[in-house]
Design a protein around this ligand. Structure first.
Ligand SMILES: [Zn+2]
Length: 376
């Protein structure tokens, strides 16, 4: 599933904390895109070769055409069918079981658990736990003449550092050991991909997810894990333009082919803020997107696939207005480029495995998860 950042909104009033969102399921254009996706899937399954070919090492998945689209593809497909049928609840699961939420869990900090592996893959994806040593790989996407200036690259490094330091500080406050390894020259890549800036801005782009996914698959995840003695590696894709930053965390489906391909989790960070195109994307947004890779959910709107109700979103807005998964601008709607002043509510602490959710779990038991730092 693709997770966006909340757009900058009008200043909050006491009576209305909700952020106006563009209706992701409502426009005619989106419906047309959904129909196209259904057609693409039909073509893909019939093997007409409309999707890009198998990259090196993927031959064993050749019986799964279009396997690269994985999460985004099926999310798009669900949305497509949901729109066609007027049913937003329609979710695709590989095993055909609509609701796989384990409601027997009680939450709690489960550091470094090895539960839930399937087909040799952890339910947490490549960025497993936000604990101990965590590696962030930087990928600068260059799209034709859309490149980065030295100043822009310097800013991205600074913003990643601020986000990393903030996460480490929050970890310490919550009794969690965390060391974020980032901005390492040996973990920094340039990736030239014509047309991808435009693709990235689409609500649904199989081409983008496919292209980035294929590139990340060429990076040796196990070698990075070995070199840095960690089992948590996230990927940051820097995009040379303005846009609404987003993330692709891993969601296991139980299908070995799809899960293997979608295992590399990546955050997509635009250089400039779509809400204020003359400003850089702020460090809080970097942290917000990185937290998605470790299980955090958007809390700024109802998100049915994650059991985030509007009631919960409203509750967070009222009770924890500084929640970073709720909003990434300051109270006066400006961006803070010096520091992150945001916090994490018990909901986010629970999702990333740093807390047991406390009373929030009693109040909103539907958010219980089987495993920490993992999407279901
Ligand atoms: Zn988000």
């Amino acid at each position: 599933m693709r997770y966006n950042i909340p757009m900058k909104t009008e200043r909050f009033s006491a009576s209305d904390h909700r952020i106006a969102q563009h209706g992701i399921r409502s426009s005619a254009g989106k419906r047309a895109a959904a129909l196209l996706l259904c057609l693409l899937m039909a073509l893909s399954l019939s093997g007409c070769g409309i999707f890009s070919g198998d990259p090196v090492g993927l031959e064993r998945f050749s019986d799964l055409p279009g396997v690269r689209q994985i999460e985004s593809f099926f999310e798009a497909l669900n949305r497509g069918f949901g729109e066609l049928l007027g049913n937003d609840d329609l979710i695709y699961y590989a095993d055909g079981d609509k609701d796989r939420t384990d409601t027997s869990g009680t939450g709690g900090i489960r550091k470094g658990t090895d539960e839930g592996w399937q087909n040799g893959l952890s339910p947490q994806g490549s960025a497993r736990f936000l604990q101990d040593d965590v590696v962030l790989v930087s990928v600068y996407l260059i799209d034709g003449s859309n490149d980065f200036t030295d100043d822009e690259i310097s800013y991205t490094k600074e913003a990643v550092d601020i986000a990393a330091e903030w996460m480490e500080q929050k970890a310490a406050e919550n009794g969690v050991s965390l060391n974020v390894i980032c901005n390492e020259p040996s973990l920094t890549y340039e990736f030239e991909a014509e047309g991808m800036l435009k693709e990235s801005r689409k609500e649904i782009s199989l081409t983008y997810a496919d292209t980035i996914g294929e590139f990340l698959y060429t990076l040796d995840l196990n070698a990075i894990k070995e070199t840095y003695d960690t089992d948590s590696v996230g990927f940051l894709i820097f995009l040379p333009g303005e846009g609404t930053s987003f993330a692709y965390p891993y969601t296991p489906t139980g299908n070995a082919g799809w899960d293997t391909i979608s295992y590399h989790e990546f955050a997509n960070l635009y250089m400039y803020d779509e809400s204020a195109p003359d400003e850089y994307e702020n460090p809080a947004t970097y942290a917000h997107e990185i937290l998605h890779l470790f299980g955090a959910c958007d809390l700024y709107q109802e998100t049915k696939v994650d059991n985030i109700s509007q009631e919960l979103s409203d509750y967070v807005a009222d009770t924890y207005p500084d929640e970073i998964m709720y909003y990434t601008y300051e109270d006066d709607n400006t961006s803070n480029f010096e520091e992150i002043t945001k916090d994490m509510s018990p909901v986010t602490l629970y999702f990333i495995g740093w807390g047991d959710g406390g009373a929030m779990i009693e109040q909103f038991p539907e958010i219980k998860r089987k495993y920490p730092c993992a999407f279901e």
